[in-house]
Write a protein of this length. Structure first.
Length: 752
């Protein structure tokens, strides 16, 4: 049904009408992917401005008042008492706001205004309308739709526009440099109702990339004040059930992000921007003047040390000097071991234990280097250690300076109390974990007698909450890592001048091949550690539907039944990406390359990706590579990327050898001390051994038969997990303190 400016796609029994306003220059096709992503009970009305789409014969409108008057008239004709939600994308958000004003003035209630990747009314100051670009044709030729929309925006002054009595959701895309969070937040000043800024993973065209996530953000019925204080996403309200068709790893995600109540928005100080803040290296010194038993203060100081690893190792000497100062002030002996790279050092602190016990040391292994924070737009300066709304932001906050701060604070608290342990406790700050030649394996080869631990505790397991986002549910200690194997996809055609493009270009072929690989899904094959974890998860969760799905997966007798149940487990999970990685082999794409000159269509295009395997999961690297080659067919070459001089067979054999390394035994006093510590610090939370979804520096120790356990001791949300190695990486400050208490309780059980 079409009514003037609207094309209505009704739904039987729909009690909600979502009216969608397209971005500048676009037509209703901007929302082509929204139909299948609508929650039940919701109809869609698409705004169709003149001059485009089915209205190309009509002249475009260059006046926003006329635009909003026309749409408001159309909405009144089709609203029929339904709950109204207006959603504008880009410049369409401004049109939605002005339309909302007119509806409210006419007594038509509007439940929600959604502004997606758009600037707020106050950002428009009524500048002069630009002249139309010169070109052939008579002077009275109407402007193009895009130029008409630009005129419309440039003639609009919204600085004195009123705040509306309507609920508001300002949706920002986490990878959008044009409309970042700081810009989206300004929308909250144009609403006096329930309002929130919500982040969705994607770029400026997030409405095309992730329609289900955008709709969920705009249509979610929960008031902002009812959301978890840590900003995590609650379960959808009853009756608002998005269609979950998103494929893991394809970029479609559920809603994430920062939610601001009206009071909090009024009180919040602006975040320092990455562009405005001074360089971290010029600000951070080598000393720490705070309380070394305060993990939050320690984590801030560590983040402010810019230890980015560009690939050949980080500059960690200033960070090590800071650690040296606080340990030696507590009377703990320290040592720095340099590597061949300048200012790239390993740091050690050793708390001597009671020698008569005869136990080998417990090693806290943390890495001081972090991945770079370049190439993606942060809403905060990544090396400022910024705290806002209870969150600590910064590169390395999660991976893994927050963990290091918990290790150090818990240990020094015992030292301050004069504790004696039944073994040495060693803290090792590794300098090359992310990349580089001088990490743990190099150190153990070069200095085999320097460290001889009985048990190693490093990064790994997670503490997850119930669906309410605030109640701890299950704590894990990981006992093995996944193994990654790099692959390279290459397509070829022929190089030619850009004036003569052709259908079989290498880049086009690469895109098609990547689509095939992106849709590939390995079978659900949980290994022993994953089965142990999911058994505990089924007991811990308060969601009976999830628990039933987990049990069906674990009890399945056929691969088809296991796949069906496993997919349901992932779909129902609050951390689907994490649980997906614990159940199957996965592929993640990291880089593409093509072209070398502006006027040449390249004859070769490549893409790099990593396939990750579960130890004991049943997927053989050679068989997986063969399966992927069959999937790609003759249109591409798939290469296994090994070490220099290795054949493909040697690389596959090395991968199989790594996958055969056994899990760390849970029959140790340290594992039992951790279980008791969890019971002490998080009463009622289930503790379980677990499979880590990534890889750490544990392999060289496990190869020597030394138990290695992984722990991130603080509670995390899906949003936090997705920002690991990503933009606006953060952890909860209160959760960090609580996790430090867990480590303190673990160490307390090793005191003499």
């Amino acid at each position: 049904m079409s009514v003037a400016w609207l094309k209505v796609h009704d739904a039987e029994g729909a009690d909600t009408l979502a009216v969608c306003f397209p971005p500048a220059g676009a037509d209703d096709s901007a929302f082509a992917g929204w139909h299948g992503a609508l929650p039940e009970g919701t109809a869609l009305a698409l705004v169709m401005p003149p001059g485009r789409g089915s209205r190309t014969d009509e002249p475009p409108v260059t006046d926003l008042a006329r635009y909003a008057d026309a749409v408001a008239t159309g909405i009144r004709a089709v609203a029929a008492g339904r709950r109204l939600v207006l959603i504008g994308v880009g410049l369409g958000a401004l049109a939605a706001y002005e339309t909302c004003r007119r509806l409210l003035d006419a007594g038509v209630p509007v439940a929600r205004l959604g502004a997606v990747a758009g600037r707020a009314p106050g950002d428009f100051h009524g500048a002069a309308v630009p002249e139309a670009p010169a070109g052939p044709g008579p002077e009275d030729v109407p402007p193009s739709p895009l130029h008409a929309d630009l005129r419309l925006a440039d003639s609009y002054d919204g600085r004195r526009s009123p705040a509306l009595a309507v609920g508001l959701r300002a949706v920002w895309a986490t990878g959008d440099a044009r409309v970042p969070l700081a810009v989206a937040r300004r929308w909250t000043g144009w609403s006096t109702g329930d309002r929130a800024a919500i982040g969705v993973e994607g770029g400026h065209d997030v409405h095309l990339e992730c329609p289900a996530a955008v709709l969920s953000a705009c249509l979610d019925d929960r008031p902002a004040g009812d959301r978890p204080a840590d900003g995590s996403t609650p379960a959808p309200a009853r009756g608002a059930r998005p269609s979950r068709r998103a494929v893991l790893g394809a970029g479609a995600t559920a809603v994430t992000g920062a939610v601001l109540s009206p009071a909090a928005e009024a009180a919040a100080a602006p975040r320092p921007s990455a562009a405005a803040a001074p360089a971290a290296e010029g600000r951070a010194g080598d000393s720490f003047d705070g309380d070394p038993t305060d993990p939050v203060a320690l984590a801030v100081a560590m983040i402010r040390q810019n230890t980015s690893n560009p690939g050949d190792g980080a500059v960690t000497l200033p960070h090590a000097r800071m650690l040296q100062g606080l340990f030696e002030a507590a009377g703990v002996p320290t040592e720095m071991v340099p590597t061949p790279k300048k200012d790239n050092v390993h740091f050690f602190a050793r708390v001597p234990g009671s020698k008569p016990a005869g136990k080998k040391p417990l090693l806290f292994l943390g890495h001081s280097d972090v991945v770079p924070a370049t190439g993606d737009t942060w809403t905060v300066e990544p090396f400022a250690g910024h705290i806002e709304d209870g969150r600590l932001y910064g590169r390395g906050a999660l991976d893994m300076k927050g963990v290091n701060a918990a290790f150090v604070a818990a240990l020094l608290r015992h030292v301050r109390e004069g504790a004696r342990f039944d073994r040495d406790i060693v803290f090792w700050s590794d300098c090359d974990e992310e990349q580089g030649p001088h990490g743990v394996r190099w150190f153990l080869d070069e200095h085999p007698d320097k460290v001889d631990p009985g048990v190693v505790l490093t990064e790994g397991g997670w503490l997850l909450n119930q669906r309410d986002g605030t109640t701890p549910m299950v704590a894990t200690l990981t006992c093995n890592d996944r193994r990654f194997m790099p692959l390279r996809l290459e397509t070829t055609s022929y190089a030619t001048h850009t004036s003569k493009p052709f259908a079989g270009q290498a880049v086009i072929r690469l895109g098609r091949m990547l689509e095939r690989l992106g849709e590939w899904r390995a079978h659900i094959r949980p290994n022993a550690l994953s089965r142990r974890y999911f058994t505990e998860l089924a007991r811990a969760t308060t969601d009976p539907v999830l628990a039933a799905a987990v049990r069906r997966m674990l009890d399945a007798r056929t691969q088809a039944a296991r796949d069906r149940a496993g997919e349901e487990v992932v779909r129902l999970s609050e951390t689907p990406e994490l649980h997906n990685a614990m159940l199957r082999t996965t592929a993640a794409f990291t880089a593409t390359s093509a072209g070398y000159y502006v006027s040449i269509v390249p004859g070769t295009a490549t893409a790099d990706f990593r396939v990750a395997f579960l130890p004991g999961g049943g997927d053989d690297p050679g068989r997986v590579v063969a399966e992927l080659r069959t999937l790609l067919g003759e249109g591409a070459t798939l290469q296994v990327v090994g070490s220099p001089g290795e054949t493909e067979q040697q690389t596959l054999d090395r991968a199989r050898q790594y996958l055969s390394i056994p899990d760390s035994s849970t029959d140790t006093d340290v594992f039992r001390a951790w279980e008791e510590a969890v019971r002490q610090s998080h009463p009622g939370v289930r503790a379980s051994a677990c499979q880590f979804e990534a890889v750490t520096s544990a392999v060289p120790f496990r190869q020597r038969g030394i138990p290695v356990y992984g722990i991130y001791p603080f509670a995390v949300t899906r949003d936090m997990l997705k920002r690991m190695h990503g933009t606006d990486e953060h952890i909860g400050a209160a959760a960090l303190r609580q996790g430090t208490e867990t480590l303190y309780q673990l160490l307390a059980r090793l005191r003499v």
